[in-house]
Ligand binder design. Structure first.
Ligand code: URA
Length: 432
């Protein structure tokens, strides 16, 4: 088989066979096909697409390029959740303890943040002592004992995706549904859970700009997951403004703790309840949405979700005192308020810009090598649809270094204030 034949086939809108896709991934991982040929094939896929069989074959080939985890020593149905990435998305920090307190088993591998999106691991590591390096034995034991463990993605998990994603990133070949679906699902399937809930975001801060594109991506991933015998469902949710109020690692942990105490932002709490209700049904702990939601609310009211979070943090070496008294978590040297220069209503908040500006404060990474400052970030004081008076604080800036006027102007420009009250979009567009 010659690689150029695969490129020409895809250029001419033909489908690749399973054998051809296996040949591609196998030889690319071994370093036997040059990047320029793979880039050319990727661009042909961006332009001409892939059918369902090709997408499944690509997912399988990528999944089998590295370790495939066997979680069969964990009793019960293992549920996993994946978000396609957003700004202020601390969902796993609350969802994990809530569904584990309700009896589900969550054995999760998470990633680090890059660019405007944060990563669950970075957020957790802002708790002093918390670490994600568990052996397989420790990981399985912890999930059996407390129902929840979160570890970093193993270097051996889907090595094909690491190589391909790095190439896609610099060749303009990220936005193709078959490529995104196979990239995400190969990692989720290799991580070994029985059931998967996908939170597919759309809007300014997301990969998919419209709900329709997000639905298309979700359907492609559901078909791969269900085809592999894993119960796969999806929520389509809005990322046109940040989720909740906090953006930045320790700030997001504090907001997650507030939410576990029943005092979280309304939008974030609503998303966690919807997602958790699906996961409890997937885990066969509740047979209706109403029962699942009532069970989840009871884990907040009786404190069991928060206690589960404390047990999880302790089990992974974290300082439980800092979780019980969040004022002990890292805090920035300065807090500066950005105030409204006019009155009106918030029409929009550009999530991607806020994510990038928070990254520039030190809350995220521009490159993989950057070191995160856990203390810094942004806390929104106004959300879309809310009234603003002159000099009201729009956002509290938690920072360690002086702020430039250019940075402050850009932050102000992320908020659109209008005379008329804008209608706020529903946070959840669809459940599939
Ligand atoms: N997230 C992934 O893991 N892969 C993609 O291709 C896009 C988002």
């Amino acid at each position: 088989m010659r690689f150029v034949d695969l490129i020409e086939k895809k250029r001419d809108r033909m489908a690749l066979t399973k054998e051809e896709i296996l040949f591609w991934i196998d030889h690319y991982v071994k370093g036997e096909v040059p990047d320029y040929q793979v880039s050319s094939l990727l661009m042909a896929i961006v332009l001409n697409g892939m059918n369902a069989e090709e997408t499944v074959a690509l997912t399988m080939a990528m999944m089998n390029s590295g370790d495939v985890f066997d979680l069969s020593r964990i009793q019960g149905i293992k549920v996993d959740k994946h978000s396609t990435g957003g700004v202020g998305d601390k969902t796993s920090l609350v969802l994990g303890p809530m569904v584990a307190a309700a009896g589900a088993k969550v054995a999760k591998m998470s990633g680090r943040g890059l660019g405007h999106t944060g990563g669950t691991i970075d957020k957790l590591e802002s708790i002093p002592g918390f670490h994600v390096e568990l052996t397989e034995e420790q990981f399985i034991k912890q999930v059996n004992e407390i129902g929840l463990a979160i570890i970093g993605q193993s270097a051996q998990l889907v090595p094909a995706d690491k190589k391909l994603y790095a190439l896609r990133d610099v060749t303009g070949t990220v936005p193709a549904i078959p490529l995104i679906a196979s990239s995400i699902m190969s990692k989720k399937l290799a991580a070994g859970s029985d059931a998967i809930l996908l939170d597919v975001k759309y809007g300014d801060g997301a990969f998919m700009q419209t709900p329709q594109r997000a639905i298309e991506l979700a359907k492609a991933m559901i078909s791969i997951g269900n085809g592999m015998g894993r119960n796969t469902r999806a929520i389509i949710s809005d990322m046109n403004e940040p989720l909740g109020n906090a953006i930045g690692n320790a700030l997001e942990v504090k907001e997650a703790i507030d939410t576990l105490h029943g005092e979280g932002p309304e939008d974030f709490t609503a998303l966690v309840l919807e997602a958790g209700a699906i996961m409890l049904q997937q885990a066969k702990i509740a047979d209706t949405e109403e029962k699942a939601k009532s069970l989840l609310r009871s884990t907040i009211e009786d404190g069991s979700a928060f206690e589960k979070f404390v047990a999880f943090v302790k089990a992974q070496g974290g300082d439980a005192d800092a979780v019980r008294q969040p004022e002990k978590l890292a805090s920035a040297r300065f807090v500066t308020e950005l105030v409204a220069k006019e009155e009106g209503y918030i029409r929009s908040i550009k999530a991607m810009d806020l994510g990038t500006l928070a990254m520039e404060l030190g809350a995220g990474r521009a490159t993989k090598e950057d070191v995160i400052n856990p203390a810094v970030g942004l806390v929104l004081n106004k959300k879309v649809g809310q009234k603003v008076e002159l000099n009201d604080s729009l956002v509290s800036i938690h920072h360690d270094l002086p702020l430039s006027s250019k940075w402050l102007d850009e932050l102000y420009a992320s908020f659109e204030i209008t005379r008329e009250q804008a209608k706020r979009q529903a946070l959840i567009y669809a459940k599939l």
